[in-house]
Design a protein around this ligand. Structure first.
Ligand code: SF4
Length: 280
């Protein structure tokens, strides 16, 4: 059987609960309706991605802080509107939707303040366009490792003053690099090293409600990623459900497959994606 291309998300799913991995990645059962957190995450990612594509040649060096902020808000509002149908399916009350809208605006304002703290010193030395171009990351970069059968989409790759950092944006409330995040970042470092023949200097999570947190990239971090990638391939060769035990926990009540495990629905009542999409 061909190997499945894994991702930080699939590996973390397996580590949380092998049965959940089986439903999602072996059978390809579709998740239920989108959650506000997932939808909002997509909106924020798209907003920041487009923010760095903006042509700033017409922006006044005297008012750039104000003008860039207006652009950021305008991009966010466009994305929020374009997600109208998806947000509607989540069935929030208008008050709840307003709350998440306002919270997301605050999150982006916080991100923007952090961004300006890095941009402003550059603007003192260089023309605005040049300073912005230095701060501009490569966004949504897709890497795939044939050797380790893993892929990842890196939100932002910064190369500033000769230091490369790979960043992932998170909208989570806590600013803590958990084991799951550490694995995700380690895999990004591995993918980058394979592609570029050298390690990035750091990897990190940009907690949009707070501030970025970084990990230095060293051989231990890369070895951690390699071990996890090899391990998941060995553990997911089987297509037998019995090889994917349930790991019940307090998280079950948030799980898309709760109804199957707790016997109220059968797998036939779920829509499927093609699990072969993830294979080579
Ligand atoms: S409900 Fe619990 S046991 Fe069942 S797949 Fe989800 S996490 Fe695993």
């Amino acid at each position: 059987m061909a190997q499945r291309i894994q991702s930080p998300s699939s590996i973390n799913t397996f580590k949380q609960c092998p049965r959940k991995y089986y439903y999602q990645y072996v059978l390809g059962l579709q998740k239920k309706v989108p959650s506000i957190h997932l939808s909002r995450g997509k909106i924020v990612h798209l907003t920041l991605e487009d923010f760095f594509k903006v042509d700033i040649s017409n922006i006044s060096p005297d008012y750039y802080e104000f003008e860039l902020k207006v652009i950021l808000h305008s991009l966010f509002n466009q994305k929020w509107q374009s997600f109208y149908e998806e947000l509607r399916k989540i069935k929030l009350t208008p008050e709840q939707l307003d709350f998440y809208y306002e919270e997301t605006v605050q999150m982006l304002n916080n991100w923007f303040s952090n961004f300006l703290r890095k941009l402003n010193p550059k603007v003192k030395e260089l023309a605005l366009q040049e300073a912005f171009s230095i701060m501009k990351p490569m966004t949504e970069v897709h890497f795939i490792s044939p050797e380790f059968q893993v892929q990842g989409f890196i939100d932002a790759i910064h190369d500033i003053d000769g230091k490369v950092s790979l960043m992932d944006y998170k909208t989570s409330a806590k600013e803590l690099i958990t084991q799951e995040y550490k694995l995700q970042l380690a895999i990004y470092a591995l993918l980058y090293e394979e592609q570029h023949g050298k390690k990035p200097d750091s990897v990190g999570i940009d907690f949009l409600k707070h501030k970025p947190h970084y990990l230095d990239v060293n051989s231990d971090l890369i070895a951690f990623a390699k071990n996890e990638c090899r391990s998941i391939q060995e553990k997911t060769i089987s297509e037998d459900i019995e090889d994917y035990p349930l790991n019940t926990s307090a998280l079950c009540k948030y799980c898309d497959f709760y109804d199957i495990c707790f016997k109220q629905r059968t797998i036939h009542e779920f829509d499927r994606t093609d699990p072969d999409d993830t294979r080579v």
